[in-house]
Design a protein around this ligand. Structure first.
Ligand code: GDD
Ligand code: MG
Length: 328
């Protein structure tokens, strides 16, 4: 199952018009990247959804991802554990759970073998981070998790640098630990409750790459990481044209974009249908679908919402621009 609800608040204004799991990373929606790396014998994908459900339904109605996809709606967000409980009827046997905004090189076959060998109620993928404050952090006894601290306030409160990387393999018995019909957090409530009850959870650290695309800076990093993993520096979507533009360091440009003469795109993502005027500069920024950047405009560390128009010659630094009033 994929946790594909939540409001994507930190990725606004992009997520004002698009649910976070459908935001493309290196031109492919995050959720599609997650589905495509599932082992072949995973035949069913259950999406726990609420915010902008129709857009997700529409995406899977028009894009065949080679598996059965079931959308389970939460009338209001039930939190990460509430969302898991809410799909209980769709699941039998052990199941993978994915945070819908994480991309990584975790090998799911080894992850599963590890879980089957160690037993216990669940296995959590772990990634070592320099600053654990944005994450769920583990206290370990060998391979066993003994304490789970979600978002420690200070570095001192963090028992280690091993962070919850957002992929779980859970036994169905976990459902018994989640109360139904209310908002529950798997990180703040269910995992601590399981440990309190003396049930076993194991941690599975892995190497390669790992990114949570849920914040503007990490979203850019996710694009860069996926690009580099594919051995590329610049990605141009189908139907995109540019007139002698400069792509500096790395750049991801979606489909049907037009980049004007002498423009510079550096460490940035342009989503589908973006127009960038002549001599304009886009640096460390994200430009939403169909947005227009005027001639000679300069964007630095900005996030531009869908369909927005940036005036000619305007200089913006660290600004979030709302979507156009008529953007979907
Ligand atoms: N269905 C549903 N319902 N999904 C939800 C809900 C909800 O109420 N709330 C959040 N989600 C989804 C989000 O869309 C995302 O895919 C996933 O659950 C995790 O939520 P985030 O809001 O992205 O959490 P986070 O990034 O702050 O922290 C989580 O991820 C870290 C790794 O990136 C936690 O799991 C941390 O422990 C972890 O370290
Ligand atoms: Mg996240």
């Amino acid at each position: 199952m994929i946790l594909a609800g939540g409001f994507g608040t930190r990725l606004r204004p992009l997520t004002l018009t698009c649910p976070k799991p459908l935001v493309p990373v290196a031109n492919v929606p995050i959720i599609r990247r997650i589905v495509e790396k599932l082992p072949d014998d995973v035949d069913k994908v259950v999406l726990a959804v609420n915010y902008k459900l129709e857009q997700l339904r529409d995406y899977f109605a028009h894009n065949d991802v080679g598996r059965e996809v079931v959308l389970v709606e939460e009338r209001q967000p039930l939190g990460t554990a509430g969302a898991i409980k809410n799909v209980e009827a769709e699941v039998d046997g052990p199941f993978f759970v994915f945070n819908g905004d994480v991309l990584d090189s975790l090998d799911l076959a080894s992850f599963r073998r590890f879980h089957e060998k160690r037993g216990g109620l669940g296995t959590i993928s772990l990634w070592e981070v320099p600053d654990p404050r944005h994450f769920g952090v583990m206290e370990m006894d060998g391979e066993r998790i003994v304490r789970f601290v979600e978002k420690p306030q200070t570095k001192e409160e963090a028992p280690s640098h091993l962070a919850n990387a957002g992929t779980y393999l859970l036994e169905p018995e976990v459902f018994d630990f989640i109360p139904a019909g209310k908002a529950v957090s798997v990180e703040r409530e269910t995992f601590p409750a399981l440990l309190q009850a003396g049930r076993r959870l194991h941690g599975f650290p892995f190497g390669g790459y790992w990114v949570d695309a849920g914040r503007p800076d990490t979203y850019l990093h996710a694009n860069e990481t996926v690009l580099h993993a594919a051995g590329r520096k610049v990605l141009l979507g189908p139907g995109t044209t540019h007139e002698a533009a400069t792509f500096d360091d790395w750049a991801v440009v979606g489909a049907r974009c037009r980049v004007g003469a002498g423009a510079t795109i550096a460490r940035s993502v342009l989503l589908d249908g973006v127009t960038v005027g002549a001599r304009a500069t886009v640096r460390d920024s994200i430009v939403g679908p169909g947005a227009r950047v005027g001639d000679d405009a300069v964007l630095v560390e900005c996030v531009v919402g869908e369909g927005a128009a940036i005036e000619k010659g305007l200089l913006l630094k660290n600004v979030k621009v709302d979507p156009a009033a008529d953007a979907s």
